[in-house]
Design a protein around this ligand. Structure first.
Ligand code: LCS
Length: 395
């Protein structure tokens, strides 16, 4: 593959080489917990870091390595580490970067369990977290303290699709030597947004979503500077143990090969579904950054290469109407998660974000009436027809 190959080509080929011994086209699933040393001396050298090579799958595995190389390439980072879940990625990063007495600034709109980790677990280790509205970039500057070590955000955010201006965020952080910026890029995938190119230090993904793409695995990825990835590998991942299994690494390698075609279709479908929802009399508001009247539409066009597949909307009759909608769709599947080939629908306030206290949920725009849709790759006319029959029952 040429160095300047386009994204779709890199998604297929980066990080992989054919097996020299067998000629196998695909990277094998190295389903082995441990690796044999040729001699006691070689084992000692590997443990001492004096010789490259595998030791034990908790410390690295060839299927995992191929995935990590591909993801580092696609996100434009120096290195990557693949882990057991999106939450293992979030916790792996913050536990490596923060210690007792440190301060972190986080978005007020985050995936529910990320919010719970930051609000409930980190304070147990005397790490202070301030949740702020980062759509207003001046709020970030105002929240920085002498002990601020990390600024953490999601853009677009789960589930309200609010955006944060990543270039401005990176510029503010760069004025302070000790601050690392971390962005959860799950909603965009590396195909639609590359935070590192905008000056961000570390990118994480719930690879469960668009990277896997088929609703059949839970996994996470961290991409960032080599030095930090090495620290995460040899501390939070090695010693706490949230590693990815070789089979899951294989599924993600497979998922990434079709990332661009899946997302091209998802982008087209989601735009049409958002327009349909906007015009339906049962719908009050639609939150989709691709719609020209979305307040952050221009920012989305500036920092993203597409608008993604997640749409949030409010029904005129609030929560009861939302419940009825979720119970009357047929093709759309009532399930949490997102980024799959199937269209999924769910209710953030009682499901994905139920762990966030109601007051904080509402302040972040996660009202009880908000419904979240993750548009899949089915034929768009079938998705719209299903939503139409369910929404028509509400008018
Ligand atoms: N970051 C974001 C933005 C997410 O949406 C999720 C999961 C995670 C991190 C955690 O990833 P996991 O450990 O599940 O791989 N989001 C979910 C959601 O919206 N519905 O179900 C899970």
């Amino acid at each position: 593959m040429k160095k300047d190959a386009k994204f779709a080509t890199r998604a297929v080929h980066a990080g992989e080489s054919h097996c020299k011994e067998t000629g196998a086209l695909r990277v094998p699933i190295y389903q082995s917990s441990t690796f044999v040393f040729e001699s006691a001396e070689q084992g000692a050298r590997r443990f001492a870091g004096e010789e490259p090579g595998y030791i034990y799958t908790r410390l690295g595995n060839p299927t995992q390595t191929a995935l990590e190389k591909k993801m580092a390439d696609l996100e434009g980072g120096e290195a990557a580490i693949a882990v057991a879940s999106g939450m293992a990625a979030v916790s792996g990063v913050v536990l490596a970067l923060l210690q007792a007495g440190d301060h972190m600034i986080a978005s007020d709109t985050l995936y529910g369990c990320t919010h719970a980790l930051f609000a409930e677990m980190l304070p147990k280790w005397n790490i202070e977290v301030d949740f702020i509205d980062m759509t207003e970039i001046s709020n970030i500057k105002a929240a920085i303290k002498p002990n601020t070590k990390v600024i953490y955000t999601e853009t677009p955010a789960n589930p309200t699709l609010t955006l944060v201006d990543l270039e401005s965020l990176a510029n503010i952080a760069k004025e302070h030597q000790n601050i690392t910026t971390v962005v959860d890029n799950t909603f965009m995938s590396p195909y639609l947004q590359n935070p590192i190119a905008l000056g961000i230090d570390v990118v994480i993904h719930s690879a469960t979503k668009y990277i896997g793409g088929h609703g059949d695995t839970i996994a996470g990825i961290i991409v960032g500077p080599q030095e930090l990835i090495d620290i995460i590998r040899m501390t939070t991942i090695k010693d706490i143990g949230g590693i990815i299994a070789p089979f899951d690494a294989f599924l993600l390698l497979r998922g990434l090969k079709t990332l661009t075609v899946r997302i091209d279709r998802i982008n087209e479908n989601a735009m049409q579904v958002a327009k349909f929802l906007k015009n339906h009399p049962a719908v009050d508001k639609v939150y989709y950054p691709g719609l020209p009247d979305h307040p952050q539409h221009e920012l989305a066009k500036k920092q993203q290469r597409g608008f993604g597949g997640v749409i949030a909307f409010e029904l005129k009759d609030g929560l009861d109407a939302g419940r009825q909608l979720m119970n009357t769709v047929n093709l759309c599947i009532l399930a949490v998660s997102l980024g799959d080939v199937d269209t999924l629908i769910q209710h953030p306030a009682s499901m994905t974000h139920s762990v966030v206290p109601q007051e904080e949920r509402e302040a972040a725009g996660i009202t009880d009436g908000l419904v979240r849709l993750s548009v899949g790759i089915e034929h768009v006319e079938d998705i719209i027809a299903d939503l139409q029959q369910a929404l028509d029952q509400l008018v």
